[in-house]
Design a protein around this ligand. Structure first.
Ligand code: AGP
Length: 607
């Protein structure tokens, strides 16, 4: 939710920290701040707004220090003000901390600390700073450990003290922290992106761990001060990959990334000869996979839409019951689970608090839990008993696009792998895999229509409301198209199954309520076509997603976007792309910040 960067080494810290914040702005960007030990004292500047505002606030100050911490904020406690921006200090300004997470008992802690303390903000983080200071007697690690023993909640925090400026203390509970391993220098951040320019060797802190980070070494302990053995991992993203590569923004780059990252998702995981898939990360024997009698997909937002597609695929191919749950609902209902229930947690960031909590609940209730995740070493990836990385590369735009299609790809491979252990024939498996291998080329073909889709977006951008309709496998496509539009253009939109219109929503239809209909050639084509005709009869403007060669489509709709034909279960991989582009161009026309839409964060690490 917020972005943290820390550096300690021999270089000047300031430019590294500011550039690192820019890499993390997608995590939250309503205010930012930096603190550096300049050789004599702790210097600190904060500003409301994005990193450019912080740079401006710093003016000519170019502190020469080589150790410091910085933070970009997405407000959870207290408004968007400079006083609430991090880094926070306590009574003296020797101690500075940055924090990502929520201290649930901060009010009680504040009361216990008492009125003697000088409070300058409304944040829970400031309470943490005072709590640490109240336990500081010269050893910052011990002070942080003692303070955190009184804390309930989540944190990824980095602290430093002017009396020992050559050590950063990092601690993690519920909010990710990654340590970058350099030569005579070390980095710490909320994810690996800010350090890729300097090192790809990283160590992921786990919950309950604390690190003393110095120039020459890093000591990782648990909260009882006992050393913990950790492994250095190698990130396979280079910084170029995380750049925009010539696109105006990350979102458009990531939409166009889809053909290549889709190939990354299936590469080495399909066995066309045997008509099956090999996803070793599932950590289950073939007998264990055969014994599964129910599958549950748990996720939020776009990831949940991928889960709905997975549900269709598992029911159709594997022939077992499959359900999809909103993570934030799952954890508070009374799910019936057992050792034959397989739960997939689907998450791009691997840090979504609702999904993580739901998976912990599912495991507590005896289900087998696996993760379908993009970010290597993320909490969900490490806490589940296996799973698969979707290999979508860094997805920096808040609106998820390439991660969605790669999640769908991986879930389809799982459905094939499970189905071939049961009733699916080799020829069916071969047909599906050959169709999957066609998808990147077909995606490229759709992306070539970018300019045409842009004209449609320009035509409809001033409408205040839109409806998205789909049936069967294209209902989650409609849901995803609607979410994309609303979250980046701020146009209100809703999605319904086509058959649901007559039960109420059709009352909305009028000439100023355009409707996007996914009407591709599949088993529900005729039903969907009737829905389109009902809407047309009431004068709505219609945008159709139709299969290439469908002559009738042009008579039904004002604007038609054609997609290649594919196996019905693979349609979402293609049909979603025009809707991503439609949402993107609508937002651009309206002058929105497409990579960082208002009120949203890339990784929602709080409930
Ligand atoms: C997607 O466009 C949204 N930004 C949001 O719904 C997102 O999919 C959701 O928060 C889940 O995130 P995750 O995949 O990282 O768990």
């Amino acid at each position: 939710m917020c972005g943290i960067v820390g550096y300690i080494g021999t270089k000047t810290a300031l430019p590294i920290l500011l550039q690192g914040l820019r890499r993390l702005e997608y995590r939250g960007y309503d205010s930012a701040g930096v603190a550096i030990f300049d050789g004599a004292r702790m210097q600190r500047t904060r500003a409301v707004g994005k990193i450019d505002q912080l740079s401006n606030a710093m003016g000519k100050s170019n502190w020469a220090g080589s150790s410091g911490i910085a933070h970009t904020r997405w407000a959870t406690h207290g408004g968007v003000t400079e006083a609430n921006a991090h880094p926070h200090i306590a009574c003296s300004d020797d101690l500075v901390i940055v924090h990502n997470g929520i201290i649930e008992n901060y009010r009680e802690l504040k009361e216990k600390l008492g009125p003697a303390h000088r409070w300058t903000s409304e944040t829970d983080t400031e309470v943490l700073a005072h709590l640490i200071e109240s336990h500081y007697t010269g050893d910052l690690t011990r002070a942080v450990q003692t303070a955190l023993s009184h804390v309930r909640g989540t944190y990824g925090l980095v602290a430093m003290h002017a009396q020992n400026p050559h050590t950063l203390i990092a601690a993690r509970m519920g909010s990710p922290l990654v340590i970058g391993i350099g030569e005579g220098e070390h980095y710490v951040a909320s994810d690996a992106t800010p350090m890729l320019a300097y090192t790809k060797k990283v160590v992921f802190l786990a919950d309950g761990e604390i690190a003393e980070i110095k120039r020459e070494n890093v000591l990782i302990m648990n909260m009882k001060h006992e050393p913990v053995k950790k492994y250095v991992e190698e990130i396979d993203w280079d910084e170029a990959q995380a750049e925009k590569q010539g696109f105006p923004d990350f979102m458009l780059k990531e939409i166009f990334d889809q053909p290549s990252v889709f190939e990354d998702a299936i590469r080495g995981r399909i066995d066309v000869e045997q008509g099956t898939a090999h996803l070793g990360g599932i950590n289950m024997t073939e007998d264990q996979m055969r014994a599964i009698d129910r599958v549950l997909f748990i996720a939020c937002g776009t990831a949940r839409h991928a889960g709905i597609i997975a549900k269709y695929a598992f029911e159709r191919l594997v022939g077992i019951p499959a359900e999809v749950d909103v993570a934030s609902e799952f954890r508070y209902r009374d799910p019936v689970l057992n050792e034959k229930t397989l739960v997939f947690g689907i998450s791009q960031s691997g840090e979504t608090a609702d999904t993580l909590a739901a998976l912990r609940e599912a495991r507590r209730k005896g289900a087998l839990v696996r993760g379908i995740v993009n970010v290597v070493g993320s909490t969900i990836a490490r806490e589940t008993d296996g799973g698969t990385y979707i290999h979508a590369g860094p997805e920096l735009a808040v609106a998820s696009t390439k991660a969605f299609t790669n999640m769908v790809a991986i879930m389809l491979l799982y459905a094939i792998q499970f189905a071939r252990l049961r009733r699916m024939t080799i020829s069916t498996g071969i047909k599906l895999l050959n169709a999957l291998k066609e998808v990147p080329r077909q995606m490229e073909h759709i992306l070539e229509q970018n300019d045409c889709i842009k004209t449609y977006a320009e035509k409809y951008a001033l409408y205040k409301n839109m409806l998205f309709l789909g049936r069967g496998i294209n209902y989650p496509v409609a849901l995803e198209g609607s979410l994309k539009l609303k979250e980046i253009s701020y146009i209100h939109s809703e999605a319904f199954p086509g058959g649901e219109m007559k039960h109420g929503p059709i009352a909305l239809i009028s000439p100023d309520f355009p409707v996007v209909c996914v009407m591709t050639q599949n088993q529900l084509y005729d039903k969907m076509r009737s829905n389109v005709e009902e809407i047309r009869a009431r004068g709505a403007h219609i945008i159709l997603i139709a299969t290439e060669g469908d002559a009738a489509a042009r008579e039904l709709a004002d604007d038609v976007i054609c997609v290649p034909e594919t196996h019905e279960l693979l349609e979402p991989l293609l049909n979603t792309i025009p809707l991503q582009l439609f949402a993107y161009h609508s937002a651009v026309v309206l002058g929105r910040d497409v990579d960082r839409p208002r009120n949203l964060a890339k990784s929602v690490t709080v409930e």
